[in-house]
Design a protein around this ligand. Structure first.
Ligand code: 5GP
Ligand code: ZN
Length: 112
């Protein structure tokens, strides 16, 4: 399968990894939109959030554990934003489920 995030997870495509274990990997976004902008992904290929189900949702809980861990490590004690873009209307450009962990600045809502 030609998936860039599967290749990043396997190490075939280089990235700046900030966390890795058996099931997830986190790495710096190539085009950061905030002082801290990290992508957290499951190693298994799940295309998007609308493919989460009873059989694979444990990894999502783990991703949020890892997000809290990284946020602490990066000193984001004043808060952060965790974003998932799902599908075309959601603005998802890479079709491998990922959560953006962003921090180090104030965010607007719903955009920006
Ligand atoms: P999406 O728009 O799908 O929610 O987010 C995809 C994110 O992946 C974007 O923020 C983009 O900058 C990032 N990205 C795309 N290709 C690469 C890559 O090859 N390496 C890294 N580190 N980030 C990437
Ligand atoms: Zn993939």
């Amino acid at each position: 399968m030609d998936c860039i995030f599967c290749k990043i997870a396997s190490g075939e495509i280089p990235s700046t990894k900030v966390y890795e274990d058996d099931t997830v990997v986190a790495f710096n976004d190539l085009e950061p939109q905030a002082p801290v902008h990290i992508l957290i992904i499951p190693k298994m290929h799940i295309a998007s959030a609308d493919e989460i189900n009873e059989g694979n949702s444990a990894v999502i809980a783990h991703i949020f554990e890892v997000a809290a861990l990284i946020a602490k490590e990066k000193g984001l004690s004043n808060g952060c934003r965790i974003v998932n873009n799902c599908g075309n209307d959601g603005g998802q450009t890479v079709k491998h489920l990922h959560f953006h962990l962003m921090g180090g600045r104030q965010f607007g809502w719903p955009a920006g």
